[in-house]
Design a protein around this ligand. Sequence first.
Ligand code: TYD
Ligand code: MG
Length: 453
Amino acid sequence: MVKPKAKSVYRCQDCGFSSAKWLGRCPECGQWNSLVEEALKSVREEEGLFFTLTSTEATSLPAIESDYAQRLPTQISELDRVLGGGLVPGSMVLLGGDPGIGKSTLILQTLNQMASVGRTVLYATGEESKQQIRIRADRLGISSQIWILAENSLEKIVEQVQKIKPDVLVVDSIQTVYLENLESAPGSVSQVRECAGKLLFLAKSTGLVTIVIGHVTKEGGIAGPKLLEHLVDCVLYFEGDVHQHYRVLRTIKNRYGSTQEIGVFEMNEKGLEVVQNPSSLFLSGKNTSAPGSAITATLEGGRSFLVEIQALVSFSSLTNPRRTTQGVDPNRVAILIAVLEKVVGLNLYNQDVYVNAAGGFRVVEPAADLAILAALVSSVKNKILGKNLVFLGEIALSGEIRSVQGLDLRLLEAKKVGFTHFVLPKHLKNSPSLPGTEVLFVERVADLLDKLF
Ligand code: TYD
Ligand code: MG
């Protein structure tokens, strides 16, 4: 008898697209040579490690116990803020970030705090040896009862979970663990997906809190966090400049809380420390302003932060001049350059343009538009903007300056740090939060240029 051929599929290692035959280029994401043959066998077909979910009966809403509200605080204030009050039993959290940013450090410190209040915690690492973890723990001054497992096999990790019965399990990282009976390599799309699926099932069926760590690479080369975002309950990204001290923990998704809050940490020789008062952290520190520097007050969740935007515009000898940004959306900068060219006739087509947010911060809201634009013009004209000046306003394609939300909070924070002068959209003229400030109202980009330069 002819044995049926083992089923396999060719899967794109970049985006997860699958095809029955090999293709040189992925039709989904356009990547070349990214399709790899994988055995088509789902772990769901196997037996053994799966637990049955507690109930398959439908229940009326009021009759459902809200156990999940029994959060486990991590005892690290900025992390609890981002999680919405603590870790929820039975939930799965994905912690993503660049290699070396401090994910393992944050997690070890968190587990230490939780273990010290009597939680059972298991840290499974496929990246480092037990000795390496010990060295890091010594450096951080950590000596509490954390169970450490150096293991790549997910089956063996699950075995230890069943033995130790922890409240919290950490898998560091999802790219280094694998299921033995899945033929593809650790880190491949199908391994990452199936391993995460298995961990999710474990979490949901036992109430275990699972935190998985995932590396993001600049090229998105390895199957990583993006693939898992829809699967998990909460997605956190740890960001910042590896060469600087400050780190920002941002929520991308949270089924149990807000996605507005951010957590701020400082990395020093004794590990990560929460920053209690981060409002003036992202200013360059020196009070001497230079051309190309403008300050804005950005709003993240319930808090406002003052951020310095730095721009450098210089003559370019390239056919396609550079447009380089750090911590600022490059598309936003492109739009603002276009507005300057079209609306006020300030041409930058033969200029290289660099825009940064100071301190490794990432500005995400359009309320920073006015500051970016002011920084650009300040650099072009080589003219210093007034000290003590904060810019707030979104810029429309027509060059009109639009209103921003949460003005009181922003003004309050700016005044606390010592800023007294503001440039604001004209729409906010009647805002009640203005007393005690010196304000220049602007309606259009041309207005701003007339009044400031
Ligand atoms: P790590 O947590 O290993 O990063 P990840 O898990 O995201 O790859 O942190 C790595 C960096 O953090 C490393 O370059 C050194 C630095 N670090 C400190 O500055 N202080 C410390 O106390 C520790 C433990 C690490
Ligand atoms: Mg690590």
